[in-house]
Design a protein around this ligand. Structure first.
Ligand code: MN
Length: 233
């Protein structure tokens, strides 16, 4: 356990105002040796997908602006973000305006994962993590490769990685974000999660696939839009 790793996560958030978990509680394991995998679709200042892999008592996290691609020919930028508490893998809801990452969070995929090399700390350091995902939407073999050419910067926790699907039976050219836009936990779209949580429904709906039945909405500039953000949460 490395509880110090959650300092950055906690410093960024006001737990009196956000429904996000503070972490530090005991989490019941699904089974011996199983590590949590989750992807959260997050309509914040910009839409992105947060990939989370449990390791060392926390969730290692990457923000993937375009989301994962099932096509091995497509490399998706994945910016590493602060470690999150393991409880975060169950979070779906609305982060109130003014709070870090304000917007709507959907639990887009969930399951377990397995590193293909047992020493994940060494893989993190080396900048290449090969792993297998056992999710509902994502499965099979993937790799995260740290990129030195993409503005990785000096802070290793703000480094740019590429998320790439390996060629296997789960590789495909289908657009999984477009084809499977709903929550794996509640089957809701982003707009429905925002509505239920008292969030910005119009803004959230921008992250849902365009549907013919949906009323035309104009894009309002919400409170988070005028504010310059420090990074992708
Ligand atoms: Mn996020």
């Amino acid at each position: 356990m490395r509880p110090m790793k959650l300092n950055e996560y906690r410093q960024k958030r006001n737990f009196a105002a956000t429904p996000e978990p503070q972490g530090g509680g005991s989490v019941e394991k699904k089974g011996k040796g199983s590590l949590i995998y989750a992807v959260q679709k997050h309509m914040a200042t910009h839409l992105h997908y947060d990939l989370r892999l449990e390791w060392g008592g926390v969730l290692l996290s990457w923000a993937v602006p375009k989301g994962p691609s099932l096509d091995p020919a497509v490399k998706r930028l994945a910016m590493q973000t602060e470690d999150h508490p393991v409880e975060y893998a169950d979070f779906e809801g609305v982060i109130p305006p003014g709070q870090y990452g304000a917007g709507t969070v959907m639990l887009w995929d969930r399951g377990t994962w397995e590193p293909e090399s047992p020493d994940v700390d060494a893989s993190l350091k080396a900048g290449e993590i090969k792993f297998t995902i056992y999710g509902k939407k994502l499965q099979g073999s993937w790799v995260l490769v740290r990129s030195h050419g993409l503005g990785g910067g000096k802070n290793p926790l703000r480094s740019a990685w590429l998320l790439i699907k390996h060629q296997d039976q789960y590789a495909s050219t289908k657009d999984v974000e477009q084809d499977e836009p709903r929550s794996v936990a509640s089957h809701r779209l982003l707009a429905e999660i925002a509505r239920d949580g008292g969030g910005d429904v119009e803004k959230a709906s921008l992250g849902d696939p365009a549907s013919k039945g949906a009323p035309a909405t104009s894009v309002k500039s919400g409170p988070g839009r005028s504010r310059r953000r420090k990074g992708i949460s």
